[in-house]
Design a protein. Sequence first.
Length: 544
Amino acid sequence: MKETIILGNIITMDEKKPFAKAALVKNGVFTYIGSAEEAKKLACSDAQVLDYGDNYIYPGFMESHCHGHLAGYRAIGQANLMQAGFTNYPKYREIIKDFIAKNPQRNFYLAAGWVENEEYVTKAYLDEICSDKPLIMQTGGGHSMLLNTKAMEWAGVDAEYAKKWGYDLVHVDKNGEPDGYICEGPVFEITPKLPSSVEDIKEYLLAWQDIAFKSGYTAVGDAGAEIVHRDAPQAYQELQNEDKLKLRTFAWMYVTDNIADPKAEIARIAAQRAELGGEYFNIIGPKAFLDGVTEAHTGWQNQDYLDQPGYHGAERFNDHDKMVQLIVEANKEGMSVHVHSEGGGATHYMLGCIEDAEKITGNLDQRNVLAHLHFVTDEDVKRMAATGSVPAVAPLWTPKVPGMYEQEVGFVGQELADQAYPIKSFYDAGANVVFHSDYPVSPMMDIKLSIYTAEKRNVPKELYGGALSARNMDEAINREQSLRAMTINVARLFHQEHRMGSIEFGKLANMTVFDCDFLHDDIEKVAKANIIATLVDGEEVYKA
């Protein structure tokens, strides 16, 4: 029986025993939490000792909404445009050309991290960079992309395609021919067709696992494991079978807009769960997009956009009866439904669907997830808690970003823009709040900065040259609430609170070690905290 003694300042997130100096781990689970002297007495003579000294040990942190395959793909398989900062088309050109020069063997090129602004570019911009092979440039958020001529030919984006989807989603020139720009539905139809083998995907997932461990995460929620490629679940399973996957992944499978047969779709997902699921990869439900994002005029709002009267955004999955059926069928299989709900209108619609589904199922603890939650009315905050729904919020998104904030004000008005991204209100209403990063769609996945921005609603002055300012301080929360939103609350979301999320007897020995007391140290010190180690099942999977 393998035993390990863990020594350090342990913050357990267990209300009955919040602090300890030692833990004993046997075969990957905690068997004792308390004093160092007692742990040494209980351990066998040859027990391993991991002594972290004056550092602080937390339950393994968990990320509730990210995209594993995409994260690995962007790390090692694509040209990374995020290094250009905000929109910089000359710099984008340099980055893409350099990537192509370093990867001449590839037959297909993808660049990601494009930030759109008022400067409009078409396929001609990409054709100048690469005209003989398909080249696609995708926004960091993943809801829009630009294709060169070869990529349009590969994807079948022609006049008929534009007519089928509509000119809001497939832009055309004055002759009615697609100009290379597409968004929303067409993007999510084309993205899974991007060429990757299962072996490629496995390589990307291992790169993602390294990123997650280095960041301090021990378990994650993959919000649409099939979005980037339909073979990603198979790749997860193969890595699990090869004993290479140690990042526990709880996945929701992608459901297309207004799916024709919700019952059949849940049956498909349940079959995948039975076939592919295991200790480190679990399928826990469907994921759907209700809308897009406010900055692209596709967030589904409760009101019209100020600059587009008569238009309130893109309603993607907007069939009430089908969503109710999806929730009901998922409930029968013990699964939750996870939705992208950015605008206030999308959230209001989804809560109505959940309420009607709960009248049928009688289950007020299904733990359906609404992620992003840019704008939410006071009424809908209360409905979130009343329905047992889980708000997945992003404290890293709360500050006012110059340019983007002013754009937002122009779209929805200053009053609404200043009320964005509620967090405290959800806690006050009694909801099970969880943090998310949406990595790599959003470029930061950072535990210490999530704690900082949740309290300050801003980033440290050293970041972005001090150009950002706080937004909506009424929604700031305390440190303990932040820690819960990345540990035990996420475990509840995954229906795993009996196995993880706190350092308690019988739970999995997942831990993250930092050189900072997140509960008591000065908040500016928190922002500079360093990760020391990440442990899964009592073993170090990352050490600084």
